[in-house]
Design a protein around this ligand. Structure first.
Ligand code: CUO
Length: 690
């Protein structure tokens, strides 16, 4: 894991605060450092040394070496993702842990650091012999992708001048990327939330669209691509409505100027550039970037879109062999997810292209479509940064609408599909200490994140950035269920949606169903008679714990406390706990909480428990690593389809095993100090300090 520390520093310099260095075979050093070979140990003394076995044969790395070390690396770029896929393949194929370590050390100073980190992360979470390692937080490895660039010069000054242990956290202003003259700025706290962006990076890390087939071809990945992004849009819309903004408008007209601009204020440390902004009213044009080998026309997007709609309305796609593949009720969404994204599982990339990925590219290169200004892609070109930009949501609302179009062609759920014999859900109630019943409380909170892992060529020792994010008071659900049958297993599904639309009118089910955000899903045993189920918000199947998102995640460093260590999530994919509930409003934003208990027997998935139980903390949006998706129902059930005939309101949709409760989200404009321990600085070690 030390391989992730200070990604651009040469490997033989001690890594980590405990100054671990690698005993790199001389042959592994890059030419420029070979002359230093004899004196490396004395130049960088102290700390531990990790022995590295020298491999007799280094596999052919020419493909991943095709990208220079200081070039920007984008997974949305097909040639880059091919290079990364090759590197993943090579590292996956090493025969032992020792061989993997040795080859990784060889690669580290040669391969583009961003590609290397990505590929090694994929490998670590997928190899049986490394699966249990906790990946360091991506925001610690590459802090410049996640926060205001002004923090770094201040961090440099602080770490050069002040001894580790006495350093003051560098505060990131709450409003740094724009002000309220930009209407979209009201919701920047959501778009620029570190935890949300980390989740998105991790999701795409766990579900790459290219790479070795056994890594890409995960259970229901196309469907999860649909569902996870659908939920992002639902959450974003809830957030917008609670800020008195209209729901996001789909990016349907690709010739019209794009009203939303975005100026990210991020550094790109690898390319030594700032991230390019997009001014208001930029217009999409054909992309012809020979360097990156990305060439396509807006007309291509139009053709792919039309063919996809054609397939949806015909009920089948045409695969590369020219055969019809039916878009069935259960499989259709998975096929379309892979085809629209497009992943390498797309059944006909020639015909259906790569609509979603090239939409990202068209927007990411809008400022320099033919590379005449030698500019890099904008934030839409990287899954770690894409969610910062308002256009991400317009694009994904558009993509989601295509999936919804498909969902409207399949049969609605009948009462039988929804019901659970003799099980009645009688009530649900939300309680939190010191709050009125059925009220959520939101406010601002500060948290610290350690930058030292990602700040190359600086004195050792922690240096924290302190930022402000949305938070809510932890709460519990109390659900009362009457079971008039024998003992059985039920799946509890909890969702939340806004109650009123932009005009203040109650939502009709047809629209509201797309706004339900999943809060939790768990299975429970129902005894005969009355059952009282209590569930804590922190146990949500959607989120990962706060300390996983915001604290040091490297296993080579001690966790801040043992409880945090015990609840540590190994993979980092998962919605951040602090963003479980939308901001709401000072008056108390009105929502409807929905609880359904479905028949666990029908929901069960054989072999859903993986061989190693890692990465199962946030299974609703992330699945379970090395295992099948743990719910047999269509993702988003019971809201993923248009309602049966005659259902106009949520009330009419309900069967006896469902209940709704009016709730409010009350926001208070106060800021809470960081949780204890987050600033517990670790002392610097080793002679490279100072
Ligand atoms: Cu996650 Cu478009 O798929 O960013």
């Amino acid at each position: 894991l030390y391989l992730f520390d200070r990604p651009t520093e040469p490997i033989f310099i001690g890594k980590g605060d405990d100054n671990v260095s690698f005993d790199v075979p001389t042959e592994y050093l890059i030419d420029r450092y070979k002359p230093l070979a004899s004196d490396i140990q004395t130049r960088f003394p102290g700390g531990k040394t990790v022995p590295i076995t020298k491999l007799n044969n280094i596999p052919d790395l020419s493909i991943p070496l095709g990208l220079s070390r200081d070039a920007p690396f984008s997974l949305f770029n097909p040639s880059h993702s091919k290079m990364a896929a090759k590197l993943i393949d090579i590292l996956m194929n090493t025969k032992s842990y020792d061989e993997l370590l040795s080859l990784s050390v060889y690669c580290r100073d040669r391969i583009n650091p961003y590609m290397f980190t990505y590929a090694l992360s994929v490998v670590i979470i997928h190899r049986p012999d490394t699966r249990n390692l906790r990946l360091p937080s991506h925001s610690e490895m590459f802090p410049s992708l996640y926060m205001d660039s002004s923090v770094f010069s201040r961090a440099r000054e602080e770490s050069a001048v002040v001894q580790a242990g006495s350093r003051t956290p560098i505060e990131i202003p709450h409003d740094y990327s724009a002000n309220n003259l930009d209407a979209e700025h009201r919701i920047s706290y959501f778009r620029e939330d570190i935890g949300i962006n980390l989740h998105h990076w991790h999701w795409h890390l766990v579900y790459p669209f290219d790479g070795p087939l056994n890594i890409v071809n995960k259970d229901r990945r196309g469907e999860l691509f649909f569902y996870m992004h659908q939920q992002i849009i639902a959450r974003y819309n809830m957030e917008r409505l609670s800020n008195n903004m209209n729901r996001v408008v789909r990016l349907t007209n690709w010739n019209e100027p794009i009203a939303e601009g975005y100026f990210p204020k991020l550094d790109n440390i690898l390319a030594n550039r700032v991230w390019p902004p997009r001014p208001v009213n930029a217009v999409l044009t054909n992309i012809s970037r020979e360097v990156e080998q990305i060439t396509f026309d807006i007309e291509d997007l139009v053709r792919w879109r039309d063919r996809i709609f054609n397939a949806i309305h015909s009920g089948f796609i045409i695969n590369t062999a020219g055969q019809q593949v039916r878009l069935t009720e259960n499989e259709g969404i998975n096929i379309l997810g892979n085809l629209i994204e497009a992943s390498i599982l797309s059944q006909n990339p020639n015909l259906y292209g790569s609509l979603h990925n090239n939409g990202h590219n068209a927007i990411a290169y809008i400022h320099d479509p033919d590379n005449r200004f030698l500019e890099n892609y904008g934030v839409m070109g990287d899954s770690a940064t894409a969610m910062r930009d308002p256009i991400f949501y317009r694009w994904h609302a558009y993509i989601d609408d295509i999936f919804q179009e498909f969902k409207s062609t399949i049969p609605s759920y009948s009462i039988q599909n929804l019901g659970f014999d003799s099980v009645n859900v009688q009530s649900v109630e939300v309680t939190a200490t010191g709050l009125p019943r059925n009220e959520f409380a939101t406010f601002w909170q500060q948290s610290d994140t350690d930058l030292s892992r990602g700040l190359d060529f600086l004195p050792r020792g922690s240096i924290f950035a302190r930022f402000t994010h949305l938070q809510h008071a932890p709460f519990s659900y109390k659900i009362v269920v009457e079971n008039n049958g024998n003992q059985r297993v039920g799946t509890v599904r909890i969702f939340l949606a806004p109650k009123f639309d932009e005009r203040g009118l109650p939502f009709l089910f047809r629209e509201q169903r797309k706004l339900f955000v999943e809060l939790d899903k768990f299975s429970t045993s129902l005894k005969r008679g009355r059952n009282e189920i209590v569930r804590r918000s922190t146990d949500s199947s959607v989120t990962i714990p706060h300390e996983v998102t915001y604290r040091n995640q490297g296993s080579n460093r001690p966790a801040a406390n043992t409880e945090a260590a015990a609840t540590f999530n190994f993979c980092g994919c998962g919605w951040p706990q602090n963003m479980l509930i939308a901001k709401g409003s000072v008056d108390g934003f009105q929502c409807q909480l929905f609880v359904m208990v479905s028949n666990g027997e029908n929901d069960q998935v054989p072999n859903a428990q993986g061989d190693a139980q890692v990465c199962d903390d946030a299974s609703s949006y992330c699945g379970v690593l090395n295992s099948r998706y743990p719910d047999a129902r269509s993702m988003g059930y019971p809201f993923d389809r248009t309602p049966r005939d005659g259902v106009v309101t949520l009330q009419q949709f309900l069967t006896p095993n469902m209940v709704t409760q009016d709730v409010r989200i009350r926001f208070t404009n106060r800021t809470v100090a960081p949780l204890q321990n987050t600033t517990a600085s670790r002392p610097a070690a080793g002679a490279t300090s100072g």
